[in-house]
Design a protein around this ligand. Structure first.
Ligand SMILES: Cc1ncc(COP(=O)(O)O)c(C=O)c1O
Length: 326
């Protein structure tokens, strides 16, 4: 992305295929609510875990989506999902603990584990079966130090979704090894072909050991507003709130008001964006499959295609450089 921006400054016209950023503008009713909130003086600190009305609304909406009941006190609002990823890790692991996370996956997972002085243990996602878990391999990575499992379904960067059977397996392993699960569900509403992404929190015995991390960036095209949240077991939510209190204070008040407007209004804007993402996925899939040597699976969610370029015999870095420079 940095190289693309350099070339753009020189006048080159670049099509970006790198970070996960919706190109849609924030829907106007949400932007208007945020602007009005500034004019109304919503420019001060809020309670660290978020405006009570927003926490209530998130608990209700997230509960309805997943068919579960969440208490508003389980919801801890933050300035994006990234603080949710970092703080959950800080709250749950100590130096030397091991954390399992998907590879390929969102690069922040490894970073947040290292920042906590814990040991990153990537679990590979396989090209066959739509970038799914190799369950035997997954099981073999557990040790007595394993404390946390990071999941991301639908996944950045493969677009894969964990099946109910896989979630059940992971849940069993988490309980057997007494681990927590950080479930990054930021793409849970960007699913295609009428599919759905289930949450591990719905598996038997998992509500008390799962932290859901989700946010507004992708669903509502609000990346720059910085608004996300964690939904955690009550006692842990209190500790996460302490981390928010001392590290960021709170998410911006007017951003929270905009988030509330996003949840309260009809959800047609989300449906419209998902429809467009699906149409683009289909178009891109055809175009990428037509390139000699590339194979690619149909992504089931999020907004990524993850082609297999190994037939070209070059590293990913070399291919990226060629694509942008030539
Ligand atoms: C899998 C995943 N989790 C979390 C994030 C962070 O999102 P936010 O903007 O809410 O911090 C991203 C953004 O790219 C992502 O792809």
């Amino acid at each position: 992305m940095a190289r693309a921006q350099e070339l753009e400054l020189l006048g080159r016209d670049i099509v970006h295929f790198e970070i996960g950023q919706p190109d849609f503008p924030t829907p106007s009713h949400i932007a208007a609510a945020g602007m009005q909130a500034i004019l109304d003086g919503k420019t001060r600190y809020t309670p660290p875990a978020g405006l009570p009305a927003l926490r209530q609304r998130i608990a209700a909406a997230a509960g309805e989506q997943r068919g579960r009941h969440f208490e508003p006190d389980q919801v801890v609002v933050a300035s994006g999902s990234k603080p949710g990823l970092f703080f959950t890790t800080q709250a749950l692991v100590v130096p030397g603990d091991e954390v399992l996370y998907p590879d390929p996956g969102f690069p922040t997972y490894e970073a947040m584990v290292r920042a906590a002085r814990a040991i990153p243990v990537p679990f590979p996602l396989q090209g066959k079966d739509r970038f799914s878990l190799d369950l035997d391999r997954f099981d073999s990575l557990f040790s007595t130090r394993t404390k946390l499992i990071v999941l991301n379904s639908p996944a950045n960067q493969t677009g894969g979704i964990l099946s109910p059977a896989q979630l059940e397996h992971i849940a069993r392993m988490a309980q057997r090894h007494d681990c927590s699960v950080l479930s990054d569900e930021i793409y849970s509403r960007l699913v295609y072909d009428g599919g759905r992404a289930d949450s591990i929190v719905c598996q038997v015995g998992m509500a008390e050991r799962t932290v859901i991390v989700d946010g507004f960036s992708k669903t509502y095209a609000m990346t720059g507003w910085r608004l996300g949240y964690m939904i955690a077991p009550l006692a842990l939510a209190g500790r996460l709130e302490l981390l928010i209190t001392h590290a960021i204070g709170c998410a911006a008040a007017f951003t929270q008001v905009a988030g509330l407007a996003a949840l309260e209004a009809p959800q047609d804007c989300v449906a419209a964006m998902v429809g467009k993402y699906q149409a683009r996925r289909d178009q891109m899939l055809g175009m990428v499959q037509a390139i000699p040597g590339l194979t690619v699976d149909r992504s089931q969610g999020a907004f990524y295609l993850f082609p297999d370029v190994s037939a070209w015999g070059l590293s990913a870095q070399q291919i990226a450089s060629r694509l942008i420079n030539q």
